[in-house]
Design a protein around this ligand. Structure first.
Ligand code: ADP
Length: 357
C-alpha cells in the first residue's frame, strides 16, 4: 500500500496567544518524512492548538509552517485545510451522523477524480483493513465507540494523505480496546508510509507509538528525541517527571564528574546520572525511573526498606516500599514480598536521575 508521497513538516517560531496566555510560545519542531512523532504533554500545554494549526483549523499569530518545500502558513499566508493533503482523526470520532460508515469513508474521496468503481473498491478495502468489512451500511449510532473510531481511521487513510494527524484518538475508549486500536494505528500508518503526528497526555501511549517523542510544557517544546533517549536522558526535571517516575528525593551533591554524580540524601549516598551538569555542593532532586529499582542487595546503591504494599500485575508484582529516602513505588519482582517484610532495594544509577533544584 506504500504509495504515499510523505513530506517533512516544519514549524518555526509558532506563536498563538489567547489574551495574555501563550498557548504556543516560539514553538519549533521538525518532523522527517514518514516519521511517527508523538507530542506528549499535560492538559493545557498547547498540543491541540499546535495540531489544529498544522491542520489549518487554527491560524497562528506568528511563525510559519512548511510541508516539504511548500509553505502552508506564515505571514499573510493560510492554505485552507482541504488543500494541505492531510487527514485527521479526532478524539470524538467526528463522523457525519446522517451518513453510513461507507458514506463517511467515501466522503474523504469526494473531490478526487476517481471512477465510482475505484471509489467503491478503495472504501471497501479501507473498511476491511480496519476490521469493519460488512459494516459499511451501519450508521454511527449503530456502531460501538471503537467501531466509530475505526470508521474515522478508515476515512483518514482512504485518501492516502501525505500527513496523518491524530488528536488523542484513544481517549474515549476502554483500556483493552485502546491497546488494540493503538497497535492498528501504528501498523496501518507505517504500512501506508504517511508522516504522522499524534498528540496525547498519556506517556505509555507515546512510548508505545513513537519514532520520536516531543514533550510540551506551557506552549514550548522541552525535548524532541527517541523514546529511549527521553527515558534515559530527559532534558530537564519536567520531562523526567512527566515520563514516569517511582520516587523523588532531595539532597546535596557530594561528588560529580558532570555526568555521574553522588547525592547525599539524609544518611544515604546515592549514585545517579545527571544530564544537566550538577556540581559538588548543589542542591539536587533525585528521580527514580520505575526500572531503576530491584529487590536485591549489591555492594553499593542499596537501601534498606519495609514493604508497605504489594500489587499483582500479571507478569509479576509491584511493591511500594518505605526506606530511609522516603517512599518508592512500582518496585518490580517476579515473586511477591509480604507487607511489613524488611528487604533490600538496589538502585541502578543509570535510571536514577539527578536535577538541580
Ligand atoms: P492541550 O491540547 O495540551 O490540552 P490546548 O492547546 O488545548 O492544550 O490549550 C493550550 C492553552 O490555551 C490552554 O491554557 C487553554 O486553556 C488555552 N486555550 C486553548 N484554546 C483557547 C481558546 N479558544 N480561547 C482561550 N484559551 C484557549
Amino acid at each position: 500500500m506504500k504509495d504515499v508521497q510523505a513530506y517533512s513538516v516544519e514549524i518555526s517560531g509558532a506563536q498563538k496567544n489567547y489574551g495574555h496566555l501563550a498557548a504556543l510560545d516560539d514553538f519549533n519542531l521538525r518532523i522527517e518524512p514518514g516519521q511517527f512523532t508523538v507530542l506528549l504533554g499535560p492538559s493545557g500545554s498547547g498540543k491541540s492548538t499546535l495540531i489544529r494549526a498544522i491542520a489549518g483549523i487554527e491560524r497562528l499569530d506568528a511563525g510559519a509552517i512548511t510541508f516539504g518545500d511548500r509553505s502552508i502558513a506564515g505571514p499573510g499566508l493560510h492554505v485552507p485545510p482541504e488543500k494541505r493533503d492531510l487527514a485527521m482523526v479526532f478524539q470524538d470520532y467526528a463522523l457525519w451522523p446522517h451518513m453510513s460508515a461507507f458514506e463517511n469513508v467515501e466522503y474523504a474521496l469526494r473531490r478526487r477524480k476517481i471512477s465510482p468503481e475505484k471509489v467503491n473498491s478503495r472504501v471497501e478495502e479501507a473498511l476491511e483493513r480496519v476490521g469493519l468489512a460488512g459494516k459499511g451500511k451501519n450508521y454511527p449510532f449503530q456502531l460501538s465507540g471503537g467501531e466509530q473510531q475505526r470508521v474515522a481511521l478508515a476515512r483518514a487513510v482512504v485518501g492516502r494523505p501525505s500527513l496523518l494527524l491524530f488528536d488523542e484518538p484513544l481517549s474515549n475508549l476502554d483500556a483493552d480496546l485502546r491497546e488494540r486500536l493503538r497497535v492498528e494505528i501504528a501498523t496501518l500508518t507505517r504500512e501506508i508510509g504517511s508522516t504522522a503526528l499524534y498528540i496525547t497526555h498519556d506517556q505509555s501511549e507515546a512510548f508505545a507509538l513513537a519514532d520520536q517523542i516531543g514533550v510540551l510544557k506551557s506552549g514550548k517544546l522541552q525535548q524532541l528525541d527517541t523514546p529511549e533517549k527521553i527515558y534515559r536522558k530527559p532534558a530537564n526535571r519536567f520531562v523526567a517527571a512527566f515520563t514516569g517516575i517511582s520516587g523523588s528525593f532531595t539532597g546535596k551533591v557530594t561528588s560529580s564528574d558532570g555526568k555521574n554524580v553522588t547525592v547525599q540524601i539524609g544518611n544515604v549516598q546515592i549514585e545517579c546520572k545527571s544530564s544537566t551538569g550538577l556540581k559538588v555542593g548543589d542542591d539536587a532532586e533525585v528521580l527514580l525511573r520505575p526500572s531503576a529499582t530491584s529487590i536485591e542487595a549489591k555492594k553499593h546503591n542499596t537501601l534498606s526498606g519495609t514493604v508497605l504494599d504489594v500489587a499483582y500485575r500479571g507478569r509479576g508484582y509491584e511493591h511500594v516500599i518505605t526506606c530511609e529516602l522516603g517512599v518508592i513505588s512500582g518496585v518490580y519482582a517476579s515473586e511477591p514480598s509480604t507487607r511489613g517484610d524488611k528487604i533490600d532495594i538496589y538502585v541502578d544509577p543509570h535510571n536514577c536521575l539527578a536535577f538541580a533544584i
